[in-house]
Design a protein around this ligand. Structure first.
Ligand SMILES: Nc1ncnc2c1ncn2[C@@H]1O[C@H](COP(=O)(O)OP(=O)(O)OP(=O)(O)O)[C@@H](O)[C@H]1O
Ligand SMILES: [Mg+2]
Length: 373
């Protein structure tokens, strides 16, 4: 870019490589996740000796690198393990056993199964036949598996995948579940629990300096030199750490860059970041709300109607509308705290108390609007 004077000409841009700021971009440099990548590779390695890999479960809050880590591990396998086929399934887009197996079929056979009149059983038969004839081991990543926690669909999916060696002898299939949560809040059906015993790989939220270094790397690749200062990166890291999701930071880089361009500035200011944050935090909020269970959404709806409430008050209304008991309520409340959707006044000591006060960390109108979607 040729800089002329202090203002940006209409045909100039601050973006060296805009695609760097898209969420589906797989970063070349994936820092701070070495131990998770090692655990993933350790789990899938048996496939290199023709054995069924270990089942794995990547667990952590939104924006902690789970999807990226699994994609990286699959890339690595694609290069070094010709006997293995990997399928990455987005469970938000594929919420039934039928569509999940259809996408596995598609990846293996190269085209989608015929749309009408094909039973699930037939698709499974074809998948198994392909694996046996081609002597391939299949690893299925079920990404955002929490979207299957409705009507026990997850149990059906896991059961069909992990019992395939009984229904179709000779098949070797393993599962990498990716759960966007900070803990296992879903209890699998006992019959699945006996065949799905995954090694858990935790993805903790990034610390402030990790966030900053990841964002600095992105900014270096995506912007021209001198566009973003260290002080502005600090401001972005602050907002990102407050939201807890690295996506907020990546979105902030993009939006504040566009904001600076709009005012024909050659550098991004803290003010650009501040005004970009109004949008970026909504993006994060909308993603989190869409992954919540009915009960968790009910709690948010109750809180959005009043400013501050005690846990006891919220529970009374929750129990009346949803019909669930205090233990479930307590678990859900803790999950909402750890997702940083709500604040309570006793972060540690009074976790069980019904008198602790609770309030939303986001604007009530925004929350209500997203809940209605
Ligand atoms: N360590 C890292 N280095 C570089 N980029 C990263 C890192 N971790 C995450 N990212 C980037 O942040 C974004 C979110 O990461 P990713 O999609 O892997 O998170 P996730 O844990 O799967 O989140 P969710 O639970 O919401 O699906 C992606 O664009 C990814 O490239
Ligand atoms: Mg993900």
């Amino acid at each position: 870019m040729i800089m002329s004077g202090k203002t940006l000409m209409w045909d100039q841009t601050l973006f060296r490589r805009g695609e760097i700021f898209e969420f589906d971009h797989i970063p070349e440099h994936f820092a701070h996740r070495d131990s998770q990548i090692r655990s993933l590779m350790f789990g899938v390695r048996p496939a290199m000796q023709g054995m069924r890999p270990l089942d794995l479960m990547c667990v952590g809050p939104p924006g902690t690198g789970k999807t990226t880590a699994v994609r990286k591990a699959f890339e690595e396998l694609g290069e070094h393990a010709p006997g293995v086929v990997t399928v990455h399934v987005n469970c938000q887009a594929n919420q039934t056993r039928y569509t999940i197996f259809s996408s596995i079929f598609h990846k293996l056979i190269g085209h989608a199964p015929p749309t009408s009149g094909v039973s699930f059983r037939k698709i499974l038969d074809e998948v198994a036949k392909y694996l046996i004839q081609n002597e391939k081991i299949l690893i299925v990543a079920l990404d955002d598996i929490n979207y299957l926690f409705h009507e026990k669909e997850v149990d059906n999916v896991l059961y069909s995948l992990l019992r395939a060696h009984e229904t179709h002898p000779g098949t070797k299939i393993s599962v990498i579940a990716i759960l966007s949560d900070d803990r296992m809040t879903y209890i699998f059906d006992p019959k699945v629990g006996s065949i799905f015993l995954p090694e858990e790989i935790p993805f903790p939220v990034y610390a402030w300096d990790e966030l900053k270094s990841i964002l600095r790397d992105r900014a270096r690749l995506g912007f021209y030199d001198g566009v973003i200062s260290d002080g502005v990166l600090d401001a972005i890291a602050d907002y990102t750490s407050d939201a807890g999701d690295i996506r907020v930071g990546i979105d902030l880089l993009k939006r504040s860059g566009l904001g600076a361009e709009q005012r024909a500035s050659m550098t991004i200011s803290v003010e650009d970041v501040r005004s970009a944050y109004k949008r970026s935090r909504m993006l994060h909020l909308s993603r989190m709300i869409s992954s919540l269970s009915e009960g968790e959404r009910a709690i948010l709806a109750i809180l959005a109607k009043k400013d501050v409430l005690t846990a006891g008050d919220v529970y009374a209304e929750f129990h009346e509308t949803v019909g669930l008991g205090y233990t479930k309520f307590h678990t859900m409340l803790n999950k909402l705290v750890s997702l940083r959707l709500i604040d309570t006044d006793f972060p540690t000591a009074g976790m069980h108390g019904r008198s602790r006060t609770i309030k939303l960390r986001y604007g009530a109108d925004d929350v209500l609007m997203l809940l209605q979607r």
